[in-house]
Design a protein. Structure first.
Length: 295
């Protein structure tokens, strides 16, 4: 049976690569955080803690870490979904509606009423007869009051902070909200094979690598340390880019919430930044080494 808290994202864009590399850097935490107790043991541990008998590692601490990591995994999936969804909608506005805000809202209104109906009689007008009698069609309207629930700004709301009290949207969380786990990602080589076995055994462990021809050759201590230093640089860059994305999301949410509803330049700015986040940030391959996600 596979036990995992941190589920990798399944898309292939650059933002997914960033988030998956970040999650992979936490996979050692994942392994030690997944509960291994039976239900009987779990109930006993909570009962003991409620009675004031605190073990070295209280189950409440373990439960908090499990909950936090579940929230973290869900948040990155939801944040990607919000960013990609907002980008998709803005791209459609640019390509299909050619930057025409009125056309976008008017056609959205007619499509929505045609699909879901309306109790407002002014939304319908006669359209001839068929064998069943009078036929009705949606009345075209382009006044601001009628189009208010169908504007581009209104449709973008579902992707930005403030849409719902629960869940992750663009700008909901800040980089510092992930700080504890970002530090773990940046310093994950502290849990490398060399460091892990040195701490456990009290001595250096010889490590071998598999060569292309299938033979193995020893990895010198100097090479192991050099690999760790190189990975430290990659991991530091990974966390810096992760923080930059979250900071930019805060800025984009601020733009969205304060912009005039008819500001084409700001819609274009949102589209440009979202496209950069999804497709143009550096590509981060998942870090290698001991702290790796496995299927």
């Amino acid at each position: 049976m596979r036990h995992r808290i941190l589920e990798p994202l399944t898309a292939t864009d650059n933002l997914v690569l960033l988030f998956n590399a970040y999650l992979r850097g936490l996979s050692t935490f994942d392994m030690v955080t997944v509960p291994r107790e039976s239900m009987r043991a779990c109930n006993a541990l909570f009962t003991q803690q409620e009675a004031g008998k605190l073990p070295k590692y209280p189950i409440s601490d373990q439960a908090r870490r499990y909950y936090e990591m579940t929230v973290l995994s869900n948040s990155l999936h939801s944040l990607h979904r919000s960013i990609a969804g907002a980008l998709r909608l803005l791209t459609t506005f640019l390509t299909t509606y050619e930057l025409d805000l009125t056309r976008y809202a008017a056609e959205s209104r007619m499509r929505s009423i045609d699909e879901w109906g309306s109790e407002d009689e002014s939304d319908w007008e006669p359209d001839g007869f068929d064998e069943e009698g009078q036929v009705w069609k949606v009345t075209y309207k382009d006044d601001p009051e009628s189009l208010a629930p169908y504007t581009l700004h209104h449709d973008l709301a579902q992707f930005f902070a403030g849409y719902d009290e629960r869940g992750e949207f663009i700008g909901t969380s800040r980089a510092q909200d992930y700080a504890v786990y970002s530090h773990a990602v940046a310093t994950q080589t502290e849990l490398s094979l060399r460091n892990f076995f040195t701490q456990v055994l009290g001595k250096e462990l010889s490590i071998s690598r598999v060569e292309p021809d299938g033979t193995t050759s020893p990895v010198s201590l100097a090479d192991q340390i050099e690999d760790e230093l190189n990975e430290d640089i990659v991991n530091a860059n990974l966390v810096a880019e992760f923080n930059a994305v979250l900071t930019k999301c805060e800025e984009l949410a601020q733009i969205y919430h304060t912009m005039p509803l008819d500001s084409l330049p700001l819609y274009l700015q949102l589209h440009g930044w979202l496209n950069t986040i999804v497709h143009e940030i550096p590509r981060f391959e998942a870090p290698r080494g001991f702290a790796g996600l496995t299927e």
